[in-house]
Design a protein around this ligand. Structure first.
Ligand code: FDA
Length: 398
């Protein structure tokens, strides 16, 4: 194909959303060019889900996504559902399993998902070119011109699928935001999400528990997640913390319920009645890991036999165990964040097509948009759904 050969659409970014949009438009007969600065497509898919790609979540619903406009996701998610992607995966004979909480993973490897998308793109005669650095984008005559170090490409439709800035060492950039601003679209401040949180001050003592995980409920305001919390040498991680990190903002506190299955205050007072001779630390050792019990000694300020501890002190300790308050001093940042909250403001986009309202032919999809899913396959489902919506829209424009 010659460089000046006309394309119906150029897609910037050969990640999850870009490949899905390309495949959908290509299979609907559009001539699609995909450009990426990386050396190969789908790099984040390859490392996702610990190498097994958690490719969707069967509990996908709009309330599992963060966005300044919580209604924005409804149209695209409604028209491309987890079952649609499962059907595609099964057509390719890729076996999968549900790990937990509706999270679907490949039995084999993430590579199968990338290969499947590339195969679909090949069937749609999509032209994918990696190692293309985007130098400039402009719109000289109503069509979009994308200049790269290998020359310029022109098309009436341009799709921005360059993701967010999480994990920059993998080639992630804020390119999508710069481009949105170039076309006078608003960007909601991007922040790292699904990211470990760091502790300082009095909370720093918990770093000594590095490697210990507890079943927990992590909470921020009314938002709560029942999963494991993990203590790390920098602070807090584990699925419950990653989930809550998307809601947390600097300066705010979170709580961790260390005994999510019990009313700890009532249980402590009851234990005092039933087993007055029992040492408080022996009792806590029945409920929590020993190293955590050792560490909690000082802040809880309890010692000795239960009979010698006032009910009031037991109730206060129980309440703390059911909602230990941490004030993280930060997060591990974009270097460790699985995704980004914030991004291109949805108020400037059509929720049906992802097209910019003010710039016909310009689309934003995937993580670049101010839509962030929970941990557990939701972010890929958003990439597939938004990519599919745009792929169909491009075909309908012709
Ligand atoms: P994505 O990041 O996939 O693709 C963007 C593409 O644009 C890349 O190919 C990049 O090279 C290219 N690009 C960027 N800047 C460019 C520029 N300036 N010029 C040209 N090209 C450019 N989600 C999930 O649902 N299940 C999971 O199991 C996981 N696991 C997971 C693990 C890890 C370690 C991370 C970091 C993330 C996940 N995620 C996840 C999140 C998931 O990977 C993410 O939500 C999607 O990949 C987003 O898809 P996009 O296509 O929007 O961006």
């Amino acid at each position: 194909m010659r460089q000046d050969e006309p394309f119906d659409a150029i897609i910037l970014g050969a990640g999850a959303a870009g490949l899905m949009a390309a495949r959908t438009a290509g299979l609907l007969g559009q001539r699609v060019l995909v450009l990426d600065h990386a050396d190969r497509p789908g790099k984040k898919i390859l490392i996702s889900g610990g190498g097994r790609c958690n490719f969707t979540n069967i509990h996908t619903a709009p309330d599992r996504f963060l966005s300044a406009n919580p209604h924005f996701v409804k149209s695209a998610l409604g028209r491309y559902q987890p079952q649609d992607f499962i059907d595609l995966v099964e057509r390719y004979g890729i076996s999968w399993h549900e790990k937990t909480l509706g999270q679907l993973f490949c039995d084999g490897s993430s590579r199968q998902i990338v290969d499947m998308l590339l195969d679909e793109c090949a069937q749609g005669q999509v032209d994918i070119r990696c190692d293309h650095r985007i130098v400039a984008v402009d719109r000289p005559d109503g069509r979009f011109r994308v200049s790269t170090q290998h020359g310029a490409f022109i098309a009436p439709a341009l799709v921005i699928a360059t993701g967010g800035p999480s994990i920059p060492k993998m080639g992630a950039t804020g390119f999508g935001y710069d481009l949105a601003r170039q076309f006078n679209l608003k960007v909601i401040e991007p922040r790292p999400a699904l990211v470990p949180l760091t502790l300082s001050g009095d909370d720093m003592m918990f770093r000594g528990l590095s490697g210990i995980a507890v079943d927990s409920v992590a909470a921020h305001g009314k938002t709560r997640f029942r999963e494991a919390s993990l203590f790390t040498h920098k602070g807090l991680s584990g699925p419950a913390i990653l989930q809550i990190s998307s809601y947390w903002r600097p300066g705010e506190a979170i709580t961790i319920n260390l005994l999510p299955d019990s009313d700890a205050a009532a249980a402590l007072v009851e234990a005092k009645r039933q087993r007055p001779k029992l040492h408080i630390h022996s009792l806590l050792g029945e409920w929590l890991p020993d190293r955590l019990v050792d560490l909690l000694r000082a802040p809880l300020g309890l010692s000795g036999e239960l009979a010698n501890i006032a009910d009031k002190a037991l109730i206060a300790a129980g309440n703390r165990l059911n909602g230990w308050r941490f004030t993280p001093n930060g997060s591990e940042g974009f270097a460790k964040a699985e995704v980004t909250v914030g991004g291109v403001d949805t108020s400037g986009l059509s929720s049906r097509t992802m097209e910019a309202r003010s710039i016909p032919g310009l689309y934003f999809i995937g993580e670049a948009v101010d839509v962030t899913g929970w941990l557990g396959g939701y972010n890929f489902q958003w990439a597939w759904a938004s990519g599919n919506a745009t792929g169909e829209a491009i075909a309908q424009q012709q």
